[in-house]
Design a protein around this ligand. Structure first.
Ligand code: GUN
Length: 303
């Protein structure tokens, strides 16, 4: 019998990595203040009273302040009109203290998300959602890359080093995670397959992967016997299961069946504590990079 401890995958501790990244961002933000005589600034716009969005926006504001980045919060009622929201975005586009603009999604029904994102100055679009930034990523120009996939790439490179020649399978083709993830892995010289709901024999496709990135939003869909022994598994999913007697709030699980996959993989991100904490850390990083560009300074080193 193999020792079960020997066959257990290494945990990729996104929380610890994100804390180290945030500390480096804090130091670089302090240097920026010294040089530019102002703090980097992030404006976060929240429309309506979606409970999860309130939590995220609060967390983003606190993370900014901790890193020495000015946070400008704009909380608007759900009855806000498209014209009012666009007027605010245009004011933030012109505001010299605002380096990054994030409009929290989803927007209340009746507001056109694409139109709002299109109104953000692409050079302040620290979410990387604007079509100009999607296009820049596609053709290899400098822009902003969505925070979650960039955070996943950082974790992969930290754990594996050079990704050249590795087989990567990304499951899920969203504009926010799957597509930019596939592009980042391609740029890092991996051989990339972008799998999705219509992929035939997904299990067999995933079995050839040295790197698996699961971003489908389906609880525990990726099973242990899909994983190639020793593969590196990045789980972007955060799904809350139905409440049970011992977990009255419902258990949080990823898109990967963790215990099964951890018995086969070489390394795996837990849920929670894997990819999640990276998203805010990369948002701060993108804001700091935006501030350097706006001030005409070279990019901060090592970020
Ligand atoms: N809603 C959930 N995640 C995000 C994000 O990363 N950016 C924005 N703008 N909205 C979100």
């Amino acid at each position: 019998m193999p020792d079960p401890l020997e066959t257990m995958a290494a945990r990729i501790d996104g929380k610890a990595f994100a804390e180290r990244l945030r500390a480096r961002i804090g130091a670089a933000a302090a240097d920026f203040v010294h040089t530019a005589a102002r703090r980097p600034g992030l404006a976060v716009v929240l429309v309506g009273d979606d409970a999860a969005s309130q939590v995220y926006v609060g967390a983003k504001g606190r993370a900014c302040e901790e890193a020495g980045i000015a946070s400008f919060e704009h909380r608007l009622p759900a009855t806000t009109s498209a014209a009012e929201l666009l007027t605010l975005v245009e004011r933030l586009n012109r505001d010299g203290e605002v380096d990054g603009i994030l409009v929290q999604l989803p927007l209340p029904q009746g507001l056109d998300e694409q139109a709002v994102i299109a109104a953000i100055d692409p050079d302040k679009d620290v979410d990387g959602f604007h079509v100009i930034n999607a296009g820049r990523l596609a053709v290899g120009q400098e822009g902003f890359v969505p925070c979650t996939p960039l955070g996943c790439l950082m974790l992969l490179q930290d754990h594996l080093g050079d990704l050249s020649g590795l087989e990567a399978v990304v499951i899920g083709r969203s504009n926010i995670v799957g597509k930019p993830m596939a592009q980042l892995l391609t740029d890092a010289n991996a051989t990339v397959t972008l799998a999705h709901s219509r992929t035939r024999d997904l299990a067999q496709v995933v079995r050839r992967a040295d790197i698996v990135v699961a971003a489908v939003g389906r609880p525990e869909m990726v099973r242990g016997d899909w994983i190639k022994p020793g593969a590196c598994v990045i789980d972007v999913g955060i799904n809350r299961l139905a409440p049970t007697d011992d977990k009255p709030k419902g258990r949080l699980v990823g898109d990967v069946a963790f215990a099964e996959a951890a018995a086969v993989a070489g390394a795996i991100t837990p849920v929670p504590g894997g990819v999640g904490p990276m998203t805010i850390a990369v948002l701060l990083r993108n804001t700091l990079v935006a501030a350097h560009r706006h001030a005409g300074l070279p990019p901060p080193e090592g970020l």
